[in-house]
Design a protein around this ligand. Structure first.
Ligand SMILES: [Zn+2]
Length: 49
């Protein structure tokens, strides 16, 4: 289930993005992945730095 728009997936979705945010696993559908790509990468960078 997409953490942003709530789209449900029937089975594994290889095109979806998996993001671990503060220890909480989240999945984003392909559309939301594009919209959130920079935000997700920004969070990862912030954590790494
Ligand atoms: Zn979505």
């Amino acid at each position: 289930m997409c953490a942003r728009c709530g789209t449900r997936a029937e089975g594994p979705q290889p095109t979806w993005t998996f993001s671990l945010e503060n220890g909480t696993p989240r999945h984003y559908c392909e559309r939301c992945s594009r919209d959130n790509l920079r935000a997700i990468e920004g969070r990862l960078d912030a954590q790494w730095w």
